[in-house]
Write a protein that binds this ligand. Sequence first.
Ligand SMILES: Nc1ncnc2c1ncn2[C@@H]1O[C@H](COP(=O)(O)OP(=O)(O)OP(=O)(O)O)[C@@H](O)[C@H]1O
Ligand SMILES: [Mg+2]
Length: 397
Amino acid sequence: VTAVTGTTDREAGGEDAPRRAPVVGMVGGGQLARMSQPPAIELGITLRVLAERADDSAAQVVPGTLIGSHTDLAALRAFAAECDVVTFDHEHVPTDHLELLEREGHPVRPGPAALVHAQDKALMRKRLAAIGMPCPLNRVVADAREVAAFAEEAGWPVVLKTPRGGYDGKCVWVVEHEAGVDVVFKEAGVEVLLGEAYVSFERELAVQVARSPLGQAVAYPVVETVQVDGVCREVLAPAPGLETGMAVAAQHAALTIAHELGVTGMLAVEMFQTSDGILVNELAMRPHNSGHWTIEGAVTSQFEQHLRAVLDLPLGSPRLVAPSAVMINILGGRRSDLTSGFVHVMAKDPELHVHLYGKSVRPGRKVGHVTLVGDDVDDLRERARDAAAHVRGDHDE
Ligand SMILES: Nc1ncnc2c1ncn2[C@@H]1O[C@H](COP(=O)(O)OP(=O)(O)OP(=O)(O)O)[C@@H](O)[C@H]1O
Ligand SMILES: [Mg+2]
């Protein structure tokens, strides 16, 4: 375990050591940790990162990044020793490692008892049912026969998911009939899968809330998210045309989940909007793709809010600063130097905000996003789509 850049500037400690700014440690070196650095700088606090590689998205911009694996207990301990609070850019740290860090006196936020519900979809379904949250019909299944029995109740197609380790639609399969099940088990390579009824949703929504250890909580406006092949493409804030009653119900559900599960920091609740109301899809306990619009579109961005919440500081306003904000992901396309599209998109739309994550371009990989904030959601969406397509090089010869 080695520090690759800069110094850690930790004070010597002891009773008359001068007070120093708090240190937030984020496990994981992806774009979420990277986007946490600007608000840390603004607040004058120190962000530290545990990243797997020196060229990870956040490692490029956060001094003192520790290089090590999030599954290596020794690396996690060395990292926690340098931080006042440990938090996350992803949910892949083993629960028993986190329990050990907690027992050794390191504040972990969200704590492992809450985080496990964002790590394990089967556990999450069980817990949500226990607190009365509406979810798709679901059952843990071990083979094709059990899937067929479940389908008698749920109907085909059935959605199969690995309980752990999925992201961006990886480890989610839609199966049309019993004959397709064995190949999914083989590909998944796990003993059991979570089976879910296929929901013919009208659209997907997401609600973000922040909750602090003291129990203060705020809810962001409900957004519409558009997924293609399981990957988030677009986020519209607020969700256009959403009835007030449904928006309040969605925010209430997210606040209830945060409270019941004891979440600290940001919580994103992904939902399906159906003709009978809202169903909860999944949980993320960290900043989330559905909240990138908050950087320019909300009074307090999700990244600043997460820092405030894990440090148990008073939370900031989640209010939109304009009638609408639209965020569109830049997925890897045919162009490898994404900055070569800057002249075109910046000249064409001076209101555009471009974010690149410093990641090498691979097809379909999330490498950046664009945001527009303004009055008319349709106009913003069209302009943002055009800009994202230009940055990724869709119009290159
Ligand atoms: N029961 C379902 N019925 C219909 N579509 C579903 C269902 N479950 C998931 N999907 C679709 O698949 C997408 C990905 O599923 P899910 O959010 O569970 O997986 P993930 O890979 O963990 O996603 P993330 O990238 O958000 O972590 C959803 O956004 C939705 O579009
Ligand atoms: Mg999801």
